[in-house]
Design a protein around this ligand. Sequence first.
Ligand code: PLP
Length: 285
Amino acid sequence: MPRIAYVNGRYLRPCDASVSIEDRGYQFSDGIYEVCEVRGGAIIDERRHLERLRRSLDELRIRLPVTLRALAVIMRETIRRNRVRDGIVYVQMTRGVARRDFSFPPPGTAPSLVVTARNLDIGGNEKKAQQGIAVITVAESRWARPDIKSISLLPNVLAKQAARDRGAAEAWFVDRDGRVTEGASSNAWIVTQEGRVVTRPADNGILRGITRTVLIEVIKAQNLLFEERPFTAEEAYGAREAFVTAASQIVMPVVQIDDRKIGTGAPGPVARSLRESFHRHAEWS
Ligand code: PLP
């Protein structure tokens, strides 16, 4: 539980922090969010995350409630007040508070802004990366714009729970053509038997992960063979390695997909090396 949350201009203890029941985030999931990694007290790839935040807002025609510069200050202050060294900072913006009506609220309605930050169990995460995680596949059931980082996450919630029910840590959505789109909260990758690192193109069908973007730079810097193309669940079953990427996990090796062991059933050298190199390529601020 974060100790201090920023809510619409005030830093509050969680027991005092609240939003209106007429907030459009609560009523319609009418909002967006961002999650940045915090490492050694610094924000990782803040510029890219804030660019994506602005894009999500633009796509939904939600006004930015504060300048990006002010938001960066609020994020830092929230991190400081919660004494976060290694963890995440979470930003959520909604279209604001108005009487329940599907169409947009009157002009001038102030968007809502909430920022929280918390430490993560870095040791536990590292241990998980050494063992690798299991993933299940589920039918793609999301709307057609997962490129927008919307707070509307019900299919993701159901997919994650299905994964948990089967003893897995992540669920990969698979479209009607059998192609993996992405994870419920991560981007999906494989390494083929020929050593090609493959991930699906970031069109409107997936979230353009910031970790994904930076990792492509790492892959190119390491002269690895890289292919940005769709892959099927069948191809993934036969891959040499698989992994997922997200700000809260960086590169997390996948050692099992559904009931199939991937590669040797242990994290592979490519995933391990990319995980190890990531932070040398990321922006620290
Ligand atoms: N895809 C989905 C659906 C996500 O929810 C996330 C992160 O939460 C990602 C991909 C990875 O994005 P990022 O690397 O920016 O954290």
